[in-house]
Design a protein around this ligand. Structure first.
Ligand code: 1QQ
Length: 383
């Protein structure tokens, strides 16, 4: 063989190997991209607010997910591997967590993120990648509308806030309300929009509308204005960290009218931070622990035994959300992202601790919220 011919054969071998390697690469991708046919557990990514000012939300959510996951694995009908990422409540971190889960871990589906602010960046990306994503704590207007792959089992503020305001107005015969809300967060702004609409619909006079920012420490300027306008009720849209401080400072300033809060106030962190100042708060929720229901009782017992404290609404929604995901994966019978998405859509009638799941035309959960108040630093039904 002359040298040229030898070189030619070498070149053919190298090119053939390169082509084989490329095909092999594709096969690998097919096996792990949630496109079906892979061996082993179905990967589900979780994006949760686990560190930072609102970590109490993410802790409850992750506990709820882990508990449901243990039950799913015990039942043994599907095998799911959870990959949990911290978003620290930040848009950029939530997005990079989602990109890691979708592109490196090749998850078949995701649960989360915790905040509406985060889903505003994660949602469009997940939808674009065709990764079914289920939010369990998202309450701003328009979440399922982000795209066909975006779901939530949490009730929107458009459903929760009006029921709390109506009950409070009736009970206290309120005519004038003051509003305070965070204007740098998607959820707190969405809560404000609903509060404004409700006051218009109910013909309530708004004495003043005050704003604040995430992490603000001093609310005296806003609270002084509210105090001077003498409302019958205060409507507040905030996450717990700011919401609890507002309650504390208001009570210290002698502002004693009732406060109706948005979904951010549904955390025991409110009473932990504000103490007695949390008493009298009014808030609507899709779930509460004292519900007379066997499944709810069993969940509360198991959760308390496992984590040494009772579950809140966020834990309950996450627990149901994980079971919904498990059911969808079981029904899909595959790790295929599209098949899991279709199975999530077909979950109508699923019975969880939040009640029976049904969706409206927009993909939002339909359910009657319960209105709670805080008494002795504990949530009880508001009557
Ligand atoms: C949202 C919320 C928060 C209170 C979740 C923790 O409802 O961001 O939509």
């Amino acid at each position: 063989m002359n040298r040229t011919f030898k070189n030619l054969i070498m070149l053919v071998i190298i090119l053939s190997l390169a082509v084989l390697a490329a095909c092999g690469g594709n096969d690998k991708e097919d096996d792990t991209s949630g496109e079906g046919g892979s061996e082993g557990p179905v990967k589900v990514g979780v994006i949760s607010y686990l560190t930072g000012a609102g970590a109490g939300y993410g802790e409850a959510i992750t506990n709820g997910i882990n508990l449901a996951h243990e039950e799913i694995e015990e039942e043994g009908e599907v095998d799911i591997e959870l990959i949990i990422e911290d978003s620290a409540g930040e848009q950029e971190e939530a997005l990079s967590a989602a990109q890691k889960l979708m592109n490196s871990d090749k998850v078949s589906a995701m649960i989360g993120p915790t905040l509406s602010t985060e889903v505003n960046v994660v949602g469009p990306e997940a939808d674009l990648n065709g990764v079914p994503t289920l939010g369990t704590s998202l309450t701003a207007e328009g979440v399922p509308q982000i795209g066909d792959y975006i779901f939530r089992n949490s009730i929107p503020e458009t459903l929760a806030i009006p029921s709390a305001v109506e009950k409070a107005v009736e009970k206290f015969d309120a005519k004038k309300v003051a509003i305070i809300y965070g204007n740098d967060d998607v959820f707190t702004q969405a809560g404000y929009d609903v509060m404004k609409d409700v006051t218009e619909e109910m013909g309530l006079e708004v004495t003043t509308t005050e704003t604040f920012q995430l992490g603000q420490a001093d609310y005296k300027a806003q609270l002084t204005k509210i105090k001077n306008t003498e409302p019958d009720l205060i409507l507040a849209s905030a996450l717990y960290n700011e919401g609890a401080v507002i309650l504390d400072q208001a009570r210290k300033m002698g502002i004693d009218m009732p406060v109706v809060g948005s979904n951010g106030f549904n955390s025991p962190e409110i009473a932990k931070i504000a103490g007695e100042a949390a008493n009298g708060l009014i808030v609507a929720t899709p779930w509460f622990a004292e519900k007379d229901d066997e499944a709810v009782k069993s969940f509360v017992d198991k959760y308390t035994e496992e984590y040494g404290m009772g579950p809140d609404q966020f834990a309950a929604q996450a627990y149901d959300g994980m079971h919904m995901m498990g059911e969808a994966i079981k029904n899909a019978g595959s790790d295929d992202r599209d098949e899991i998405r279709d199975a999530l859509l077909n979950l109508e009638g699923f019975e969880g601790i939040l009640g029976e799941v049904s969706f409206d035309d927009e993909g939002d959960i339909v359910m009657d919220p319960t209105v709670l108040t805080i008494e002795n630093e504990e949530y009880i039904v508001f009557e």
